[in-house]
Design a protein around this ligand. Structure first.
Ligand code: ATR
Length: 278
């Protein structure tokens, strides 16, 4: 597509940025909807973040996605912060408003819940077990709280991090020891892995699923590989499983709509395209 002088511009900032799949994903939607616009990967060094944000706003960008290591710096730089970004403690989506202000939001919780809704029959409620206490766990817990689960058991190798998360987000979070990850599954309706365990190049996630109810949904935030050891084991015993790619795809929707003015969908075709099978 040839861009005109009126092309709508957005992009993703990170350091490094070459691994980001966001340009492919937004590029697919831009193409599909025949939008006069572009979405570009931008490698911005941490020391340049403030200048870059101001410069991109001045250059007419509509907004940006923010990836590592800029999510906290973006939080600090924005003029307004939405409720989810405040609770998660990080900004992943910026809108440069017509008012000249920088509006920060976080769409990861939305991405998580939309992925579960689209790909499982999960009925919100009951007990969720969340493994990990990093940034991804924060977004998952916010989403689970808002979807009405009665209890979220957070288990992390470093227990203090789980306790900090529980302090920040409050009820219904309950912290338990990492060593109890197998026996605390007994009454769970959902199990989510937000740790890096099971990712290509990382150690596997070692967990015994015997106690997990047959109707519990199992989700892994890890999407490289798409079918992690956890998902394969859960699938083999008959649990419904949801992979992590959908969260990445769904979290992109609110930004795209804000910058380019079109509502998007996550389809099988988009998944295949982002996986390089398109
Ligand atoms: P993110 O922001 O993507 O969630 P992160 O903050 O680096 O990333 O968190 C990674 C998660 O994987 C953490 O919960 C981490 O546990 P610690 O808080 O104890 O570091 C977890 N993790 C990484 N390697 C692990 C391992 N070998 N065993 C158990 N947990 C591990």
């Amino acid at each position: 597509m040839i861009l005109t002088g009126k092309a709508k511009l957005a992009g993703v900032i990170g350091w490094p940025i070459s691994h980001s799949r966001s340009p492919q994903l937004h590029g697919f939607w831009l193409d599909r909807h025949r939008i006069d616009g572009a979405y570009v990967p931008l490698a911005i060094a941490p020391e340049n973040i403030k200048t870059a944000l101001a410069g991109l706003a001045a250059a007419g960008f509509r907004g940006l996605n923010v990836t590592l290591p800029h999510k906290l710096a973006a939080f600090a730089a924005c003029d307004t912060i939405d409720d989810n970004a405040r609770r998660i403690g990080a900004v992943n989506t910026i809108i440069f408003g017509d008012d000249g202000k920088m509006h920060g939001s976080n769409t990861d919780a939305f991405g998580f819940v939309e992925n579960i809704r689209q790909n499982s029959r999960w009925q919100s409620g009951g007990v969720a077990v969340v493994l990990g206490a990093g940034g991804a766990a924060r977004a998952v817990c916010v989403a689970l709280i808002d979807s009405g689960v009665t209890e979220i058991r957070v288990l992390n190798r470093t227990r203090e991090r789980a306790e900090a998360l529980a302090r920040d987000l409050g009820r219904p979070l309950a912290v338990a020891d990492w060593s109890r990850r197998a026996d605390l599954l007994a009454d769970a309706t959902m199990l989510v892995n937000t740790t890096s365990l099971g990712m290509t190049g990382q150690p596997p996630l070692d967990i015994d699923l015997d106690a997990l109810p047959a109707d519990a949904v199992v989700n892994d935030i890890v999407y490289v590989p798409l079918e992690t050891g956890l998902l394969a084991a859960a699938r083999a015993r008959g649990n419904e499983v949801v992979d992590g790619l959908g969260m990445l795809l769904h979290q992109a929707r609110p930004g795209f709509e804000a910058w380019f003015g079109v509502k998007t969908e996550v389809t099988e075709e988009l998944r295949n395209f982002v996986l390089g099978k398109g």
